[in-house]
Design a protein around this ligand. Structure first.
Ligand code: GAP
Length: 513
């Protein structure tokens, strides 16, 4: 599998070579942490977005969607706390002049200790064979115990210092751990400073009257400020949710790892409005729901883990990440946050407008509490892409590169290939594709030997290829080739559409939810 550490470069170059992701403005040497999606990338991204959207709005009668503007009144960001608190602690290395997130330097140090633990476990598992009990080993092996304790202590101190805004102590911690600059190896650090992640811009033509604006750093606020508009016009009763997908912008200090951390990215967020006091129940509910959504894609239960936040964002009373095993380790893919009534209450206060719900069941008005699910579309794209890229050694010794995307997410579902460019085969192939493309994203390809055409489709993750050959002229059957098993079977032309639809439609995964 090309998902191990060293193969991340392969994923990035595959994404470029096959029209999934290009560096932005590449002819000008690109723009750091900004990317463009190519012809296949845009289709994969749309399919992920559609799957999320349908699972939220179509499958839940009490969730509706909106599309709020990226620009919002600047007071929104004062009320939401982003102007004052949407900061990352940054630190510069005096020798390399490179800038880092101070918390990430410490977390990376801890990740190295965790790798040591994993290595100890792997060694012991090999030594003890079938009788190995990982939990027992971790509880009793003195070296592993000390590693675990060290990691815990470091993270707990980091979270405490950040929570208290004690940036001096964060610097002390970096120095005590003797963390050096990954670039220069130097341990000479500046003080830690807070850095606000919002991009600002101006609205208006003249310098004097122009208004300072921010590019939204999360889509959620567009939902909060429209809470009553939607509730009244949809006549929703609490509990109900509002879903939205759209661009968000963050001036990330360290934007690395391809599309994992970008400065312009897309979020898929849902705010679920609930009565105060019921947040624990709904938090659990949405945790389970979202996990089920991920598992329905069949990428493997072992690829996910949950991480409860110790250091909570300024708006949350509980939060967890659904982490995915990316090629560079387990990292946050989605956040589930119990946001209390922080946002709505603050918008009430700053706007002077009531944002309350009259609950007919208790005959009272209140500011609802909110459970939020928030996933980065680009991150989900990277999870799917990196998990799917596979290299297989075939019996003839050659290597097959195949993108084993969940079929419902594949950019193209079926390729129609006439075996030769004569004898009436292209005409039949075109007739088939003209009918299929009304329902299914299909591609026609008649260039090169059929084996090479199969490989081209494997590389972009097309789940099925249909070959029209001379037998088709006799019995109106075609060869259907399965991407993953490479098995071929004959199937009647009239059955193609239903067969493929059954395997590749969003319906096929939606029904698992
Ligand atoms: N409304 C809550 C919120 O924005 P967050 O944890 O900051 O919470 C939610 O972001 C999700 O957005 C993350 O789990 C991640 O998938 C995605 N995300 C955040 N920053 C990102 C970035 N710079 N590039 C790509 N995706 C990002």
């Amino acid at each position: 599998m090309a998902t191990e550490n060293g193969n991340f470069k392969k994923i990035i170059s595959h994404a470029k070579e096959y029209g999934f992701v290009f560096p932005s403005s590449e002819i000008y040497d690109g723009l750091s942490a900004v990317y463009d999606y190519g012809q296949n990338g845009v289709a994969l991204k749309k399919n992920i977005r559609d799957y999320w959207w349908k699972s939220m709005t179509q499958l839940h009668e009490n969730i509706v969607g909106i599309d709020a503007a990226i620009f919002m009144h600047p007071t929104t960001w004062k009320a939401s706390g982003h102007v004052d608190a949407f900061n990352d602690p940054l630190i510069d290395n005096k020798v390399s002049k490179k800038r880092y997130r101070a918390d990430v330097l410490v977390e990376e140090y801890v990740a190295k200790i965790e790798t040591k633990i994993e290595k100890e476990v792997a060694r012991a598992a090999k030594r003890f064979g079938n009788s190995f009990d990982e939990n027992e080993f971790k509880k009793t092996n003195p070296r592993v115990i000390s590693y675990i304790e060290k990691s815990r202590n470091i993270l707990s101190r980091l979270n405490k210092s950040l929570g208290k805004e004690d940036l001096n102590d964060v610097k002390n911690l970096i120095e005590e751990l003797e963390i050096s600059c990954p670039e220069s190896g130097s341990k000479e650090w500046t003080d830690v400073k807070q850095f606000n992640l919002m991009f600002d811009t101006k609205l208006g033509a003249s310098k004097d009257s122009a208004m300072d604006l921010y590019l939204r750093p999360e889509t959620a606020q567009g939902i909060f400020v429209n809470f009553l508009n939607v509730q009244k016009t949809s006549r929703m009763k609490i509990p109900f949710g509002i879903a939205q997908t759209g661009k968000a912008f963050r001036n990330e200090i360290v934007a690395r790892q391809f599309i994992f951390r970008m400065r312009e990215f897309e979020q898929m967020e849902m705010q679920f409005f609930i009565p105060p006091g019921t947040q624990k129940k709904w938090y659990e509910f949405w945790k389970e729901k979202r996990l089920k959504w991920h598992l329905s894609l069949g990428m493997g239960e072992e690829k996910y883990r949950l991480h409860n936040h110790e250091k909570l964002a300024h708006y949350a009373d509980a939060a967890l990440d659904i982490e995915f095993r990316f090629p560079f380790g387990f990292k946050e893919l989605e956040g589930i946050h119990s946001r209390t009534n922080y946002d709505l209450s603050n918008h009430e206060q700053f706007s002077g407008k009531k944002l309350q719900y009259f609950d007919p069941e208790i005959n009272e008005s209140y500011v609802p509490y909110v459970i939020e699910t928030s996933i980065g579309l680009d991150r989900m794209f990277l999870a799917v892409l990196s998990n799917s890229l596979t290299e297989e050694k075939l019996s003839d010794g050659s290597i097959r590169t195949v993108l084993k995307l969940p079929p419902a997410l594949s950019p193209i579902k079926v390729a129609i290939l006439p075996l030769v460019k004569k004898d009436g085969l292209p005409e039949i192939a075109k007739k088939i594709i003209n009918e299929l493309k009304l329902d299914i994203t299909s591609i026609y390809d008649e260039k090169d030997a059929v084996g090479r055409r199969y490989r081209r489709q494997d590389a972009i993750g097309t789940p099925f290829c249909i070959t029209i050959d001379h037998q088709t002229l006799d019995d109106k059957t075609v060869t259907l080739r399965n991407r993953d098993s490479m098995k071929q079977e004959r199937i009647k032309i009239e059955h193609i559409k239903n067969y493929i639809n059954e395997e590749v439609s969003l319906r096929s995964i939606l029904k698992k939810l």
